[in-house]
Ligand binder design. Structure first.
Ligand code: DQQ
Length: 642
């Protein structure tokens, strides 16, 4: 349903978002100041006129002066070997070299820039490479996160299971590696897997191993000491592998077992992603003991043209309810979400549908919005997500891997790669009936420090308003927008996110500029754009990375999609800014966009926040509450003290 603009590369030089004037100073908190009117309106009109001039000039011209500040260097880059890492091992591209193939040049990164990119409250290891979240679970008072981890380097390879625990999903403590590739059946990597908690509390961990011959098999592991709340030691079942690829499945197309769910006959089921030709499929197995399995003839589901399905996730959601459901829940009032991570495009897609426990088949509610051809789980840099049911707070929580869009050589230089999203709760959206809503877990609010409120700030067409909150690198922003039509409101077709924040139309774009430099030479717009079409009003929620960094060796895209806005709803967004990660939730989490950005100037004390309105036909009135967020101070578990 979104346009395929994600293939577009940012132009090497770009026009300014708005004219390079000093932004109008209207961003004083509501408690201190009233929204600007008289003088500000004149100023805004002047800015608007200038912006029109700039726009006309930009249509016929050439680079922004600030872009010319980039001094080409002779630093070697990793472009000489564009073969994506991991292909030989039987998984697809795990690096981003395919994205960067057409980008020339490299940037003189400094250690200070790299250090600033590290997050303060998102989970990331102390160093080296991380990818998929694995086997999340809640056990004896601790949330456990395992993750694909290379202990030796900042690039994919030698994959082990990193491990961390937290009592609140925010303050994490690193633990020793849980599993390493040390058996013939996983010597090429302890790959992705999921946990199932049996009714008696036993933990069953199933994971994919890449064997000595790079065949993908499924293995069973369990805690060595179930009385240990930290689950420090893991035992690999001596009878591994418990599953090998069935005859009709490629040896490298069989991975990532899901959490198991119990059927009405008491048997457990689990599903494993694969493909037949170009058709993405999800195989279903039944088991009673997790050691022996029966493969069902029918797939849980298959979608032609979607390619290999990785990291399938499958779980129930309540049609009317505000709590999550255990993976085995079925019955009336329940729908099932099927999510697949599409290896070909590196995008997580999902659909909502009905699961029939009698034949273990799932049918999408809307076949035109089937898995892989409809909704994306997150429209930004996000992949390989995995959910789990939290019995403690009765909620379903999903994790996702935020991957890098810089070069491998830069990752090696900075010594780490990738971050996990803030864990998000997932609920069926019973207002629209067509999507889920994702929302940061409530525990993130424990990091909130002082807040600033801005009430009804008017942002006129073509203007930028600084929000006076000081340094803006760790924020939780909640914003609502109303628009006032100036004129008759023409019909417009065809406007979405793809043109980014400089593509002006009557009713957008408008929103916030995060991680923005005072000069506006670096900024990341998170915005709405509505258009009145012959079929009604369409609204898009978008994030434009194309001006997020002056560095040329970073892949920058415009992300986003249509977002449902119901009668009487105001436009609303929530944004978590954590240094180089921006997680944006549109309309209560109906559309979510994660951005990984690499500013060079808008960092440390120079990172600022602005409102902007680049629409031509509406005034925007914004009301915001902005919290500064504390750091989560993620550090090693003091094992020597227990
Ligand atoms: N990552 C794992 C695989 C999975 C892929 C290997 C998805 O099990 O298919 O690191 O990113």
């Amino acid at each position: 349903m979104d346009t395929p603009y994600h293939h577009l590369h940012a132009p090497p030089y770009y026009p300014p978002l708005l004219p390079e004037e000093q932004p109008s100073d209207a961003g004083t908190p509501a408690s201190h100041r009233k929204p600007f009117k008289g003088f500000a309106a004149i100023l805004a009109s002047a800015i608007f006129l200038l912006s029109l001039v700039a726009l006309i000039i930009n249509q016929t011209q050439k680079p922004l002066p600030s872009q010319n500040n980039i001094v080409p260097t002779s630093k070697p880059t990793s472009f000489s070997n564009p073969e994506p890492r991991g292909v030989a091992e039987g998984v697809s591209a795990k690096s981003n070299s395919h994205l960067l193939r057409n980008i020339k040049g490299s940037y003189n990164w400094t250690n200070a820039m790299f250090t600033w990119q590290r997050t303060s409250f998102h989970f990331q290891p102390e160093k080296n490479w991380m990818n998929d979240p694995n086997g999340p679970l809640f056990y004896k008072g601790w949330y456990h996160l395992f993750y694909q981890y290379n202990p030796d380097s900042a690039v994919w390879g030698n994959i082990t299971w990193g491990h961390a625990v937290s009592a609140d999903l925010i303050h994490w403590l690193y633990l020793p590696i849980a599993m390493v590739p040390d058996q013939w059946y996983d010597i090429n990597g302890v790959w992705t897997g999921s946990a199932t908690i049996l009714p008696d509390g036993q933990i069953v961990m199933l994971y994919t191993g890449s064997t000595d011959k790079s065949v993908q098999v499924q293995n069973l592991a369990y805690p060595a000491d179930p009385s240990d709340p930290l689950l420090l030691d893991w035992v690999k079942y001596p009878g591994n592998p418990v599953l090998v690829p069935p005859r009709h499945i490629g040896p490298k197309d069989f991975r990532d077992p899901t959490t198991a769910w119990a059927g009405p006959d008491g048997k457990w089921r689990l599903t494993i992603g694969s493909k037949i030709g170009k058709t993405g499929i999800s195989l279903v197995y039944q088991t009673t003991d997790f050691k022996t399995y029966e493969l069902l003839d029918e797939y849980l589901h298959a979608v032609p043209g979607t390619g290999m399905w990785e990291c399938v996730d499958f779980y129930p959601v309540a049609i009317n309810g505000s709590v999550g459901l255990d993976t085995s829940a079925t019955g009336p009032g329940i729908k099932h979400v099927l999510k697949a991570s599409l290896d070909d495009t590196k995008v997580d897609h999902y659909a909502i549908g009905t699961y029939n426990p009698a034949n273990d088949k799932w049918t999408p509610d809307n076949p035109e919005e089937d898995v892989g051809i409809g909704l994306k789980w997150d429209y930004g840099r996000y992949y390989a997500s995995k959910s789990f049911y939290d019995p403690y707070k009765k909620r379903r929580i999903v994790w996702g891997w935020i991957n890098e869009t810089d070069t491998e050589s830069d990752d090696l230089e900075k010594g780490w790669a990738s971050v996990q999203t803030i864990p998000r709760t997932v609920l069926y959206d019973n207002k629209t009936g067509s999507n889920v809503v994702q929302w940061p877990v409530e525990e993130i609010e424990s990091l909130r420090q002082n807040s600033t409120v801005f009430e009804e700030v008017v942002v006129e067409p073509g203007s930028v308003v600084p929000l006076d909150i000081g340094v803006a690198t760790q924020l939780d922003i909640s914003a609502e927008f109303e628009t006032e039509l100036l004129g008759s409101g023409a019909m417009e077709e065809g406007y979405g996110c793809s043109g980014g924040a400089i593509d002006r139309s009557a009713m957008g774009p408008f929103g916030l500029l995060v991680n923005a430099h005072d000069s506006l030479s670096e900024l990341t717009p998170i915005f709405f754009r509505s258009s009145n079409t012959t079929k009604g009003t369409n609204t898009y929620f978008c994030a434009d990375e194309t001006r997020s960094s002056l560095a040329p060796d970073v892949f920058k895209q415009v992300h986003g999609s249509k977002v449902p806005v119901l009668q009487g709803e105001k436009l609303s967004m929530r944004i978590l800014v954590d240094h180089s990660i921006v997680e944006s939730f549109g309309q209560g989490g109906r559309t979510v966009i994660t951005s990984r950005i690499y500013p060079t100037k808008a960092i440390y004390g120079a990172a600022r926040l602005f409102l902007f309105n680049n629409a031509t036909g509406v005034n925007v009135k914004a009301t915001l509450k902005i919290w500064r967020l504390n750091s989560a101070f993620i550090h090693p578990f003091p094992l020597d003290q227990i």
